[in-house]
Ligand binder design. Structure first.
Ligand SMILES: [Zn+2]
Length: 67
């Protein structure tokens, strides 16, 4: 007897993918996650550090992120 797990699993996956796409409450655009590298100057040692962080980009902050 064949188990019918595949369909249920696919449903679950597509649902999870859909849910992972967040929409901005302000502009209503789907929020895109991008890796954003910020430079940080450490005043104590006078060195520059690079910090990577994931940021959600939508219409509201796109201009700030993509300079
Ligand atoms: Zn927005």
């Amino acid at each position: 007897m064949a188990k019918r797990v595949t369909k249920g699993f696919a449903d679950k996956m597509s649902k999870a993918l859909k849910d992972s796409k967040k929409h901005c409450a302000v502009c209503g655009e789907p929020i895109e996650l991008v890796k954003h590298v910020v430079t940080q100057k450490v005043t104590v040692s006078d060195t520059i550090r690079f910090k990577e962080k994931m940021v959600g980009v939508c219409n509201c902050n796109r201009n700030e992120i993509y300079k």
